[in-house]
Write a protein that binds this ligand. Structure first.
Ligand code: B1M
Length: 210
């Protein structure tokens, strides 16, 4: 079994004590950190999602897999994050209210930070008012980034986007993403940008703030 397969299996089966060592071993073998992330861990989470959908596993197993992926990402983090010496400005990011998923948002946050932004991560289940108040306190923020993983919390993203637009606060660009989000939905809610993954989110953030 390849190192990537071992990592994927560790994430799928929630072997949180093993995953760190496996990721270190894969890095020592010279494997690309992005391949370890995408082909090892993110693919494994898709398998976890499929198994959940088929009722082969339940929320506790999904949670353990998520914890395992987080441990793996911790080891990978220094290798994913570049060192940016410039400051491109502030980026406020969070998962919209009602939604507790944060692995993808954390990756987006990491990539945007390594692109040179000062990231203010508000966490998960973020009320609309928290976004508004953070923006009021940081009127120089260049980007507000919203993440959402559930179809049932897409209305919360729409609500947050609408509140930000009518807040009278200007000078920032709104970007959105997450598994159920599409370009069409992003256009509908008036977002300035949408991307499908963390690496392209960092590229988009730079483009929007330029
Ligand atoms: Co949940 N969950 N979950 N879950 N979960 C999904 C999303 C689901 C697709 C599983 C399934 O049924 N196949 C399904 C949603 C179905 C739907 O809405 N249509 C689902 C469900 C139903 C639920 C619950 C309702 C289950 C229940 O309680 N009955 C519940 C809801 C809780 C809540 O939020 N209120 C729930 C709970 C959980 C856990 C807490 C157990 C756990 C999350 C733990 C955590 O995040 N700390 C969990 C997990 C782990 C998943 C899956 C298996 C994996 C998610 C993940 O981390 N993926 C997921 C299935 C799946 O995704 N295939 C599933 C890896 C991550 C790197 O990818 O988050 O997509 P992702 O992020 C990507 C892109 O989307 C993008 O870039 C990231 C990196 O490349 N991206 C952005 C994300 N945000 C972006 C922002 C951007 C740009 C790009 O710009 C701002």
């Amino acid at each position: 079994m390849s190192k990537i397969q071992e990592i994927a299996q560790a994430v799928e089966t929630g072997k949180s004590k093993l995953v760190g060592g496996l990721v270190e071993a894969a890095l020592a073998e010279g494997l690309d950190p992005l391949i370890i992330l995408n082909e090892g861990m993110i693919n494994a989470m898709s398998v976890v999602g499929e198994k959940f959908q088929k009722s082969e596993i339940f929320v506790p197993e999904m949670l353990v897999a998520a914890r395992t992926m987080k441990k793996g990402v911790e080891v990978l983090k220094p290798r994913l994050a570049g060192v940016a010496n410039i400051s491109l400005g502030k980026c406020i990011i969070g998962t919209v209210h009602g939604d507790l998923h944060d692995i993808g948002k954390n990756l987006v946050s990491l990539m945007i930070e390594s692109a040179g932004f000062e990231v203010m991560d508000l966490g998960v289940d973020v009320p609309v008012d928290t976004f508004i108040n953070t923006l009021k306190d940081n009127p120089d923020a260049k980007i507000v980034a919203l993440s959402c993983l559930l179809t049932t919390t897409m209305p919360a993203m729409k609500e947050t986007a609408a509140a930000l637009k009518i807040s009278g606060l200007g000078g920032f660009k709104l970007m959105v993403g997450g598994a159920p989000i599409t370009q069409e939905f992003a256009d509908q809610i008036g977002a300035d940008g949408y991307t499908t993954d963390a690496a392209s989110a960092a590229v988009l953030a730079k483009k929007l703030s330029a």
